[in-house]
Design a protein around this ligand. Sequence first.
Ligand code: 5GP
Ligand code: MG
Length: 188
Amino acid sequence: MVRRLGKVLIDRQRIHARVREIGRQLSQDLENDLRAEGTDAADSPDRVVMVPILTGAIVFVADRIREMPMKLSMRMVTVSSYPGQSTMSRGAALRGALPQDLGGRHIVVVDDILDSGHTLALVKELILEQNPASLRMCVLLDKKVPRKHEVTLNYAGFEIPDEFVVGYGLDYDGYYRNLPEIVTLELE
Ligand code: 5GP
Ligand code: MG
């Protein structure tokens, strides 16, 4: 089975404009939370923790945190769902340990795309066991498909149709993450 790049769904200008918007919105919402608990966003150490889901979220989170002028830290999580050359979801499995210091903090889970919901449902459930002060789910792409798990998103960059896409962190068999736009992948 050979696959090749198809059409550009979202170009780099649209991505960057939306990433800026989400960064600003998220900063505002987190600052409101911190104000409500009487802490100062600018210098409260380790109240806000980004949890990007590797590897797909790296480009999105790298661009987005640079739109967030506040003190924050990062904890990575690895979940696998599309091993190798498959483009079908096969459920989700955590690889390695989940960071254990999320309790009482404001957590933002960041992923590239919400598809069946397996990945975010799993990560959400595991983080909630630690009793965070707040938990937000943020994705760049929201794929319009029937979910296996309902997941409520707090921030979503774009809705896309049910097509397999690559670029801006999303891969096929490990490649294409470096494309600056979101592109469909087509069967040849
Ligand atoms: P879910 O667990 O919601 O089915 O899938 C989420 C994960 O599957 C994402 O983190 C991403 O790694 C992968 N995924 C889902 N749809 C796509 C897609 O269209 N393209 C790529 N490259 N990965 C996808
Ligand atoms: Mg992923």
